[in-house]
Design a protein around this ligand. Sequence first.
Ligand SMILES: C[S@@+](CC[C@H](N)C(=O)[O-])C[C@H]1O[C@@H](n2cnc3c(N)ncnc32)[C@H](O)[C@@H]1O
Length: 214
Amino acid sequence: MTNDVWSDRAQAYVESDAHRSGEDLDQMVAWAEGARTALDVATGGGHVARRLREAGLEVVTCDPAPGMRPDVICRAESLPFADGAFDVVACRTAAHHFSDPAVALREMARVSRDRVVIVDTLFMGEDVEEAERVRDPSHVRNYTEAEWRAFVEEAGLTLDDVRFSEHTIDFGAWLARTGCGGEDAERVELLLGDRVADGRLTLDKLALLAVKGF
Ligand SMILES: C[S@@+](CC[C@H](N)C(=O)[O-])C[C@H]1O[C@@H](n2cnc3c(N)ncnc32)[C@H](O)[C@@H]1O
């Protein structure tokens, strides 16, 4: 094991059913239509990059965890790319781990020529936040729709589309990916209440398309 939790978990995120597929990935690909180049920020297991490449885009991946084998090792808050370097900048299911999502979105807007596409888990209340932190101490915070709208505005982007969905995943696999078991797992299940049913966990998701200019 390394001291880098994300590198230690890399294979679990490559293989994760919860990350490999989903309507949110289809939506991201649809929003990237007509673009030639893309940056996949916080690529993790590389699922956004794979789907965008299948759609014909040239994709660069980045992530701070070397074990995720990104093309470029960097944090979203400090992207080592030129202004307007990519037609589309995409970031899926990762911003809730960023220390400063507002700065990260500003960076994504800077390196984008045209569009920024974000998917993340929505804020579902303080009990869910605590459950997320017990399950994974690297969880920082899920944000509300209003907070996301503010990040978009502060980054100088214009919100073009926003979609909401429910993502239902295997609860045991979700716990196992971060090595959460025993009393911690029991506490997480209690905090999540009726979001867990029949071994499945339902999370609220937001997908947004933001564009440069007005
Ligand atoms: C849940 S995984 C990403 C999932 C992936 N985007 C997908 O669609 O399957 C979260 C990723 O965020 C990365 N990460 C954590 N903090 C970060 C930061 N400050 N900037 C960029 N990436 C970060 C982790 O290394 C990890 O690979």
